[in-house]
Design a protein around this ligand. Structure first.
Ligand code: FAD
Length: 465
C-alpha cells in the first residue's frame, strides 16, 4: 500500500510526487505515455521554446546581423535539424525526470491509470496487461488536451493542433492560426520567423484577450513587422481542406464572410481538461460540466483521500501553477498548511517581444472600482534595449492610488519572461511602487525599465523619459 499514488507525470504530477517523497511518503506515479513530463516537457512548454529559440536565431541572422556588422551568405533554414535539436532538448528534460524519480525513490508505473475504487488504481499497459496498486491518498494530475470546434475535422496533416505544429516536415507558405492566444502566437511566431505568412483569426477584439489590453495592442504592432496579419472580431464558421490547400471561413460580425486560404491551419482555441480512461466514477469523484475535476480550496475532491491539481482543475492552465499545486497537495496530505496566492501566478507569452504579467489588469481594477495610478516606461528609452535593438514595448505598473501598493505589472519587451519574477517578489512582499523606485537596478539592464515604470507610478518621477 502506497501513501500516495499520483496519476499523470506532467509538471503537476511529477512535482507532487517529488514533494511527497521528500516528506517521507511512499509514493508511486502512473503515466500512460512512454516518457515522463506530460504536455509541458513532451509537446508543450519545452519543445515550443526550443523552436522559438532556433527560429529567433535565424530571424536575427537574416534581419539584424547586417546592422550589427556581421555579414553572412547562403543563410538557410534546415528545419529537419531544428526539429532534431528540439527532440534532443525534450529528451534531456524527460530523462531528467526519470533521474529525479529514481533519486527520490518514487515507483514509476507505465500504463493508463483508472480507478477501481477510492484507494485502488488499475494500471493497464499498451499490450492490455494490467495490475492493481493501492494508495491511501491519490492525486489526479491528468492534465489537458487541445480543444477544437465541433465542425472542424482535425486531420492532423493540414488541419493541426500545437502537437503536430511542433513536428512539421516543411515550413508552411501560409499558416492560418485560429485563436490569438498564447499557443497560437508562439507557434505562429516560429514559422513567421522562418518565412511563413501567418494569418491569425481571433473571435475577441484583441490578441491575448485575457491579459491587460495594452499588451495585446503592442504585441499586434510588433508581430505585424514579422509577417503576421490579423482578423480580430472574426468568428470561424468553417474549415475546409482539399489536397494541399486549406480554407478557413469566418464572419466579421457585420454579416460578411471572409475566406483565408493557406497550406496549414493551426487550431489553437484553448485546451480542455482530460479525464478519459480515468474511470473517476468508480471512486465517486465529481467531474464538473466543463470536464474539470471538482475540487475545494484544498484541492481535495468530494472524496476526501483524492486530490486533483494542474490543468485538470479550475484556474490558469500553466505549468508553474500545476507545480505550485503539486507541492500544496503533498504538504496538505501531511497536515501542513500551505498557501497559494493565485493572483500572483505570472503569465508569459514567449513571442518576441515577450509579454509577461502578474496581478490585476487595468480592466480588472476598473471593474472592481479600485482607484489606481499608472506608471509606464517604453523600452525605446532604455539604453540596454537600444544596444540590443529591442526597443519595442513597455513596462506598465499599476499601483493603488492611496497606498502606492503595486497591484499589477504588465510588460512587453526583451526578456520580460525573466524580468517578471522581480514583480512577483515585490508583490508577494506587498511592495509599493516607491519601494522599487528606491532600489538600485544594475545599469544597463532591461530591469531598469521596471524601476523607471515604478518611478513614473510613484509621482511621475521617471528619470530617463
Ligand atoms: P500535463 O502536463 O498535461 O500532464 C498530464 C499527464 O497525465 C500526461 O503525461 C498524460 O499522458 C498523463 N495521463 C493522463 N491521463 C492518464 C491516465 N489515466 N493514466 C496515466 N497517465 C495519464 N505552460 C507554461 O506555464 N509555460 C509555457 O511556456 C507553456 N507553453 C506551452 C506550449 C504549448 C504548445 C502547450 C500545448 C502548452 C504550454 N503550456 C505552458 C501549458 C503547460 O504545458 C500545461 O499547463 C502543463 O503541462 C499542465 O501540467 P499538468 O501536470 O496539469 O498536466
Amino acid at each position: 500500500m502506497y501513501d500516495v499514488i499520483v496519476i499523470g507525470s506532467g509538471p503537476g504530477g511529477y512535482v507532487a510526487a517529488i514533494r511527497c517523497a521528500q516528506l517521507g511518503l511512499k509514493t508511486a506515479i502512473v503515466e500512460k505515455y512512454p516518457t515522463l513530463g506530460g504536455t509541458c516537457l513532451n509537446v508543450g512548454c519545452i519543445p515550443s521554446k526550443a523552436l522559438l529559440d532556433s527560429s529567433e536565431h535565424y530571424h536575427n541572422a537574416a534581419h539584424t546581423f547586417e546592422t550589427h556588422g556581421i555579414k553572412l551568405s547562403n543563410l538557410k533554414v534546415d528545419l529537419k535539424q531544428m526539429i532534431t535539436r528540439k527532440d534532443d532538448v525534450v529528451k534531456q528534460n524527460t530523462d531528467g525526470i526519470n533521474y529525479l524519480m529514481k533519486k527520490n525513490k518514487i515507483d514509476v508505473h507505465q500504463g493508463v491509470g483508472s480507478f477501481v475504487d477510492k484507494t485502488t488504481v488499475k494500471v493497464t499497459k499498451d499490450d492490455g496487461a494490467s495490475s492493481d496498486i493501492q494508495g491511501k491518498n491519490i492525486i489526479i494530475a491528468t492534465g489537458s488536451k487541445p480543444s477544437s470546434l465541433p465542425f472542424i475535422k482535425l486531420d492532423k496533416d493540414r488541419v493541426i493542433t500545437s502537437t503536430e505544429t511542433l513536428n512539421l516536415k516543411e515550413i508552411p507558405k501560409h499558416l492560418v492560426v485560429i485563436g490569438g492566444g498564447v499557443i497560437g502566437l508562439e507557434l505562429g511566431s516560429v514559422y513567421a520567423r522562418l518565412g511563413a505568412k501567418v494569418s491569425v483569426i481571433e473571435f475577441m477584439d484583441s490578441l491575448i484577450p485575457t491579459m491587460d489590453r495594452t499588451m495585446g495592442k503592442e504585441l499586434q504592432k510588433s508581430l505585424k513587422k514579422i509577417g503576421f496579419e490579423f482578423f480580430l472580431k472574426h468568428k470561424v464558421t468553417a474549415v475546409e481542406s482539399k489536397g494541399k490547400e486549406v480554407t478557413v471561413k469566418a464572419e466579421n460580425g457585420k454579416g460578411e464572410t471572409i475566406e483565408v486560404k493557406g497550406d496549414y491551419v493551426l487550431v489553437s482555441i484553448g485546451r480542455k481538461p482530460y479525464t478519459d480512461g480515468l474511470n473517476a466514477e468508480a471512486a465517486g469523484v465529481k467531474i464538473t460540466d466543463r470536464g474539470q475535476v471538482e475540487v475545494n480550496d484544498h484541492l481535495q475532491t468530494n472524496v476526501p483521500n483524492i486530490y486533483a491539481i494542474g490543468d485538470v482543475v479550475k484556474g490558469a492552465m500553466l505549468a508553474h501553477k500545476a507545480e505550485e499545486e503539486g507541492v500544496f497537495v503533498a504538504e496538505t496530505i501531511l497536515g501542513q498548511k500551505p498557501h497559494i496566492n493565485y493572483n500572483l501566478i505570472p503569465g508569459v507569452v514567449y513571442t518576441w517581444p515577450e509579454v509577461a504579467a502578474v496581478g490585476y489588469t487595468e480592466e480588472q481594477l476598473k471593474e472592481k472600482g479600485i482607484k489606481y495610478k499608472t506608471g509606464k516606461f517604453p523600452f525605446m528609452a532604455s539604453g540596454r534595449a537600444r544596444a540590443s535593438m529591442d526597443t519595442d514595448g513597455l513596462v506598465k505598473v499599476l499601483a493603488d492610488a492611496e497606498t502606492d501598493e503595486i497591484l499589477g505589472v504588465h510588460m512587453i519587451g526583451p526578456r520580460t519572461a525573466d524580468m517578471i519574477a522581480e514583480a512577483v517578489v515585490a508583490m508577494e512582499y506587498r511592495a509599493s511602487a516607491e519601494d522599487i523606485s528606491r532600489m538600485s537596478h544594475a545599469h544597463p539592464t532591461y530591469t531598469e525599465a521596471f524601476k523607471e515604470a515604478c518611478l513614473a507610478a510613484t509621482d511621475n518621477r521617471a528619470l530617463h523619459i
